[in-house]
Design a protein around this ligand. Structure first.
Ligand code: MSP
Length: 593
């Protein structure tokens, strides 16, 4: 059989590349919306997770995508504490060949499979404390309206034409592949089968007449967008990758399938013989959620941050912005990209039987514990490996011993019998080391601690802006260690409340340590919301005092009054985070085998 390369498109006009038509002017895209910063940008923010395929149950990689978005969004709320200003969507991607085939293989109607698996995602996200404001399913009526309207916009702007698509299609990845991205591997019967080079999933040859989107016309506008906004795709290496992709020619994109082949999807308006390509359908979810096509969506778009895995970068950083530009809209404000979790060094897959069930992990390690682990260990720029011992070691050392131990040391009845946020003594700990008088006992390391914790919120915010949440947590953890060092150094358990010499210094040591804990609790809210809530409640911090704007670390040291001094601590609620290593029978079993 004669094989031609993928994307060989024979448009009705007889050309695979189409010159600019009169109704389509690039000038419109490269000057207008691209260069204009939306007025609402600063007041509203919209975060999204990818929408998840429903062909199989959720795993820890899916939860990780959702947690990154949740932490970013929660951190934004700490900066701008008004629910109305922040939107956060997640959901399930329910159409397409992949789902149609999975349902057939399971002997279910596609809608039955979708209901079942979508419910699993919803339950997981509820249990994991994902604070989304909307959960979209692409099978909902509101979404069909949005997708068909979006299609109409592309059509009206002359960006769709009918042509023959001939090339490879990978149903598992729902994407077209050029010959260079296909290799041959022995299949179950030993014969060589064509598979995607990147994912290893089987591909099949397709030739049919479809609607084609003039993607090729958007290469320059996309380059302009990315060159003009170097942080559009974060972290930087992914931005660079996309610019490199754009060095190559951009072929037009087939955006529909014959309905006889793919019936599980949204029909092309006015042509029931064709079903809209699932990626176009899926990407529009981001607009559906904010009310598109009703004008209200304009107050959210484009102040949007998409959180995605690296495997779906091309769809979000090339297809989606091009489609948006085509429909007369701006590209999203930010695309934050993360890498993948492997398990014991291998890719997670059903066939290898190594898929880690996130609900078991939430049970074993607690919701806060597992959230902390994934976000503390997950590094966006490279893949991370999962194994149980690593979770136990991290949580025991950072949450149970360091943070929990610190809280306990500073609030326990034997050390602080009055249960009061003690007073800070400015002569014991003057604002400058040179001023330390006879009653002062502060040392150089103590000043270093105060300075480290004072700059921590800004450092953490910068790490969030750069999508380096693990670095934010590393910085918090390092300050927790420093604070423990401070307490250890001054051993408040050796000081005596009854002694007029000791008492002011004892109060000061505890005051400083509690202030540090208040900062840690505030900054940990996006990652460990319930643990942070317990910590802050124990310190007596009310719900209106937990935003970044209200933080004001160690005011007394800086010469201002402190609202906390003399305040009663919250009630004792037990251990902040119990150690895992002794208490987990499943781990003992795992060690023995
Ligand atoms: N349905 C598409 C997304 C459409 S968005 C308009 C899809 N779904 S997915 O279920 O396959 O993946 C959803 C997210 O989970 C992606 O961000 C993907 O990168 C992420 N992960 C899937 N496996 C993963 C790991 N092993 N590790 C980390 N994240 C992973 O793609």
């Amino acid at each position: 059989m004669l094989r031609v390369s993928a994307f060989r498109l024979l448009g009705r006009r007889g050309a695979s590349r189409v010159s600019l038509s009169e109704d389509f002017s690039l000038r419109h895209y490269s000057s207008g919306p691209l260069s204009v910063r939306d007025d609402t940008r600063d007041s509203r923010a919209y975060f999204t997770t990818p929408i998840f395929y429903v062909n199989a149950a959720p795993h820890i990689g899916h939860l990780y995508s959702a947690l990154l978005a949740d932490a970013l969004c929660r951190h934004h709320r700490l900066r701008v504490p008004s629910d109305a200003a922040t939107g956060f969507s997640t959901g399930t991607d329910e159409h397409g060949l992949k789902i149609q085939q999975a349902a057939a293989a399971a002997g279910l109607a596609p809608s039955e499979l979708c209901d079942r698996v979508s419910a699993q995602f919803q339950q997981l996200f509820r249990e994991a404390d994902i604070s989304s404001t909307d959960f979209i399913r692409t099978t909902e009526a509101r979404h069909r309206v949005a997708v068909q309207h979006f299609w109409g916009m592309l059509k009206a702007r002359g960006l769709l034409y009918k042509g023959i698509y001939e090339g490879w299609y990978c149903a598992s990845d729902e994407c077209f592949l050029p010959e260079a991205k296909v290799t041959r591997q022995p299949g179950p019967s030993g014969d060589l089968c064509p598979v995607s080079l990147e994912s290893g999933h089987p591909v099949s040859w397709t030739k049919e007449e479809n609607y084609i989107f003039r993607l090729s016309q958007f290469r320059e506008p996309l380059q302009q967008w990315l060159r003009g906004d170097p942080e559009a795709i974060t972290p930087e290496p992914f931005h660079h990758t996309v610019l490199q992709w754009l060095e190559e020619e951009l072929p037009d994109l087939s955006v529909s399938r014959r309905s006889s082949h793919l019936h599980w999807g949204i029909p092309v308006p006015g042509d029931d013989s064709q079903t809209i390509y699932v990626w176009l359908d899926a990407l529009v979810n981001y607009l559906t959620v904010i009310g598109y096509p009703n004008a209200e969506f304009k107050s959210w778009w484009p102040n949007t941050s998409h959180i995605i895995g690296k495997d779906i970068l091309k769809f979000h950083a090339i297809y989606w912005p091009a489609l948006l530009l085509g429909a007369g809209m701006s590209p999203p404000h930010r695309i934050y990209v993360h890498s993948h979790w492997t398990v014991c060094g291998q890719k997670m897959s059903k066939s290898l039987g190594n898929v880690v069930d996130p609900r078991t992990c939430l049970d074993r390690y607690t919701v806060d514990g597992f959230r902390y682990f994934l976000l503390r260990q997950g590094v966006p720029s490279w893949d991370c490996d999962y194994y149980d011992e690593k979770v136990v070691k991290l949580l025991d050392s950072e949450l149970a011993d360091a943070l929990g131990g610190l809280l306990n040391r500073c609030t326990a009845n034997r050390i602080n019998p009055s249960g009061i946020y003690p007073a800070f003594c400015t002569t014991c700990f003057p604002s400058e080391p040179g001023l330390v008088g006879p009653s002062g006992r502060a040392q150089a390391e103590d000043y270093a601690l105060v300075s480290a914790v004072a700059t921590l919120p800004k450092q953490v915010a910068d790490h969030y802006d750069n999508f380096q949440i693990y670095k934010a947590l590393e910085a918090v953890s390092s300050c927790v260690r420093q604070t423990n060092g401070f307490v250890q150094r001054h051993a408040p358990w050796k000081l005596n409340w009854e002694s007029p010499v000791d008492a002011p210094w004892l109060g000061t040591v505890l005051h400083v340590a509690l202030e540090c804990l208040r900062v840690f609790g505030t900054l940990l809210q996006p990652v460990t919301p319930s643990l942070a809530d317990r910590l802050l409640s124990r310190l007596g911090v009310s719900s209106t005092e937990r935003s970044l704007g209200e933080l004001h670390f160690l005011s007394r040291f800086y010469g201002h009054p402190s609202p906390f001094e003399g305040r009663r601590l919250g009630p004792e609620t037990g251990v902040l985070f119990p150690r895992l290593d002794q208490s987990r029978s499943w781990l003992v079993k795992a060690h023995k085998t």
